[in-house]
Each structure stands twice: as structure tokens, then as C-alpha cells.
Ligand binder design. Structure first.
Ligand SMILES: CC(=O)SCCNC(=O)CCNC(=O)[C@H](O)C(C)(C)COP(=O)(O)OP(=O)(O)OC[C@H]1O[C@@H](n2cnc3c(N)ncnc32)[C@H](O)[C@@H]1OP(=O)(O)O
Length: 326
């Protein structure tokens, strides 16, 4: 049956999200989460580029492709690319059609670095990217804790923050300091810690106004933002829990981070323990996080708690601006 490609817009988000979720069921999307992410891109002061394609067969969405620029790792010549085909439509050349159309678009933009990825258990995806000149740049594990297997009792000591720090949720800090001061303290800690998260290019500074948009994310849980707060109202460390788009029994971790001056004093561990406690109170079955295989501190901490690495997502790159470009 004939396959047609067309540019996708807002009205297609339910179809695009369904394709994305079918192609990668480990990370579900809804029209709402897609609209949030897309709006974040369109509104960003860096004006990142976005181009979306939908593949249809007999009136059904069978594939999607998108290319965009990540504001958090921005370079005018760097693009992310994603090509997805629903499992029942694989093997008919739809991925190649979508990839060819994306390639033409990227060429017209003068892209010099393209990042794309696939799971390690998807040899077809890996071969597809290798044929198109991509090589491995970074591996990120889904790291999952089964809350039914976690026993908090042996961790009572480590769950306490050092003297001079208090555990507060974001709403609690807002009640004490006011909304703007609380968000600014949260932002300051987040912005510093995220600079040290392994990534394939240099982090772009995270603007406060952009950071505030996370409260519009459909999965954002204000009470799931847990903070280690100093007497002066500064945030020394944080962890974040988000609701999952598809599974009410699952929570996803945003960032866990400790400001540099506070590292290795037990803050990260205490906050993760608080997050596990909150997740259990909310009736969650599992807690997911994504950790780069090179993130030694985070992997060590999560392993101690019983998180188990699942399959790795392999981020692949063609061209390398950090290395001078090709
Ligand atoms: C989904 C995600 O959030 S992925 C991104 C994770 N965050 C980042 O990469 C941000 C940058 N890194 C950081 O902010 C910090 O290094 C964190 C959050 C990873 C760790 O925070 P800290 O407050 O320093 O951790 P904490 O002091 O509680 O350490 C607890 C345990 O973790 C392990 N650990 C922490 N840092 C290290 C390290 N550098 N090397 C090895 N193990 C470490 C140890 O087991 C440690 O226990 P110990 O000190 O008794 O040996």
C-alpha cells in the first residue's frame, strides 16, 4: 500500500505521539507531552529549529520523523534526528523514506552535526544509523528500581541530611520564602548540577524563564521536587519525580543533583531515599531514571539503592562540532 509523507503540525500530535510510543514503548508520549515539549522549543529565546514529518498508509499513521535543535546543548549547526516506524509497518522501507526526507531537510539547513539514537537491542536501527555514517557517542541506561523490593529500614541513618540542611518539597520552600525566591533557589542548584551531567556537547546555560516552563509539563509534580535547603534558603541538592505519561504505577526521575561545594556529604543519597519514600507513599511500583554509562557517581549511588540497569539507549553522532566539525 502506498505510503505518503507530509509535514506534521499541532493537529497531528495525537498521531505522532502514538507512533513515538509504539516505536519506543519504554518511554510513552501523549499529545499533551508532545505539545509541551514542542511549545518549549518554539518559545525558546534561541529559536531552535523544528521539523516534523508523518508517514501515512491507508489513512493510518505508520511512522514519524523529527529533527530539532536542543536548547540545552545548542549550536546553530547541531541537530537531533529521530525516525520512528510502528512495529507492524517495519521492513517496508518507510524508515528509509523518512530518513531520506530528513537528510534532505538537514542538508538544506547546512547541518554539520547530527545526533540520533536507538536501543542496543535494535540491530536494525543500529545498522540503519551506521550505514548513514553515524558512530556511537554515548550510552544511557534506563535504570529501574522495583519499589516492592526496596526495604527502607537499613537506610534510616543515611536518610538524614547533615546538620544545617532541611529536606523541603518545592511547595514547602515556596510557603517559607515565596514563589519566586523558591524557584530561583531551585533553578540555581539545578543549573549548576546539570553542567556536570555527561552529554555529547557543551551544555548551554539554562535561563530562569525557560526553567519555569517545567511547571507546565503534564507530568510535573510540585511535591515531587525534593530539596536540601540551607538556613539561608539556598538549595544545596535536589531530586525530582515526574508522573509517567502511560503508567500510573511508574514515576520517572528528572534530575538528581548536588551543588559542587556540597558533594560527597550524603545529600544525593538522602534525597533519593526521600524520593523513594514519597514514591511508595504515592503507591508507585517502580521508579525509573536515565543514567549515562559514564556517570560514575550517579550509577554508584543508584546501584547501592538497588536500581538495575536495563537496556542502553545508544546515542550516535555524525559530524562533531566539539571536535572542530567535519
Ligand atoms: C536522571 C539523572 O539525574 S542523571 C544525572 C545525575 N546527576 C548529575 O550527573 C549531576 C552532577 N553530579 C552530582 O550532582 C552528584 O555527583 C550526584 C548527584 C551524582 C551525587 O551527589 P552527592 O550528594 O555527591 O552524593 P552522596 O554524597 O550522597 O554520595 C552517596 C554515594 O554515592 C556514591 N558516589 C557519590 N559520588 C561518587 C563519586 N564521585 N564516585 C564514586 N561514587 C560516588 C558513593 O557510593 C557515595 O557514598 P560514599 O560517599 O559513602 O562513598
Amino acid at each position: 500500500m502506498t505510503v505518503t509523507l507530509r509535514e506534521a503540525g499541532e493537529a497531528d500530535y495525537p498521531a505522532v505521539a502514538a507512533v513515538m510510543s509504539a516505536a519506543n514503548p519504554r518511554h510513552a508520549w501523549t499529545a499533551e507531552t508532545l505539545a509541551h515539549e514542542t511549545q518549549g522549543l518554539l518559545d525558546h529565546p534561541l529559536r531552535p529549529h523544528l521539523f516534523q514529518l508523518l508517514a501515512e498508509q491507508g489513512g493510518q499513521a505508520v511512522g514519524a520523523a523529527l529533527t530539532y535543535q536542543l536548547p540545552g546543548m545548542f549550536h546553530p549547526d547541531r541537530y537531533q534526528a529521530e525516525v520512528m516506524v510502528v512495529p507492524q509497518a517495519e521492513g517496508q522501507g518507510i524508515g528509509s523514506m523518512l530518513a531520506d526526507a530528513l537528510e534532505a531537510h538537514l542538508e538544506s539547513r547546512g547541518a554539520r552535526e547530527v545526533l540520533a539514537g536507538t536501543y542496543e537491542d535494535h540491530p536494525r536501527g543500529l545498522a540503519f544509523l551506521a550505514r548513514r555514517g553515524f558512530t556511537e557517542a554515548l550510552r544511557v541506561f534506563d535504570n529501574v528500581l522495583d519499589l516492592g523490593e526496596f526495604d527502607p529500614a537499613p537506610w534510616a541513618e543515611q536518610a538524614r541530611l547533615p546538620d544545617g540542611l532541611r529536606l523541603l518539597s518545592l511547595p514547602e520552600l515556596m510557603a517559607e520564602r515565596g514563589e519566586d525566591a523558591a524557584w530561583r533557589a531551585y533553578h540555581a542548584a539545578y543549573a549548576e548540577a546539570r553542567e556536570d551531567v555527561p552529554r555529547t556537547g557543551e551544555a548551554t546555560p539554562l535561563l530562569y524563564g525557560v526553567f519555569r516552563q517545567r511547571e507546565e509539563h503534564p507530568g510535573f509534580l510540585p511535591g515531587g521536587v525534593l530539596l536540601a535547603v540551607t538556613d539561608a534558603g539556598e538549595v544545596a541538592a535536589l531530586t525530582e519525580l515526574y508522573g509517567d505519561a502511560a503508567d500510573p504505577g511508574r514515576l520517572n526521575t528528572g534530575l538528581t543533583g548536588t551543588r559542587r561545594a556540597w558533594r560527597r556529604q550524603g545529600l544525593g543519597l538522602a534525597l533519593k531515599l526521600a524520593a523513594l519514600d514519597l514514591a511508595r507513599q504515592r503507591g508507585a511500583r517502580s521508579l525509573w531514571t536515565g543514567n549515562a554509562s559514564t556517570n560514575v557517581p550517579m550509577l554508584a549511588l543508584n546501584e547501592r539503592l538497588g536500581f538495575r540497569p536495563q537496556l542502553a539507549w545508544i546515542e550516535m553522532r555524525r559530524g562533531n562540532l566539539a571536535g572542530g566539525g567535519v
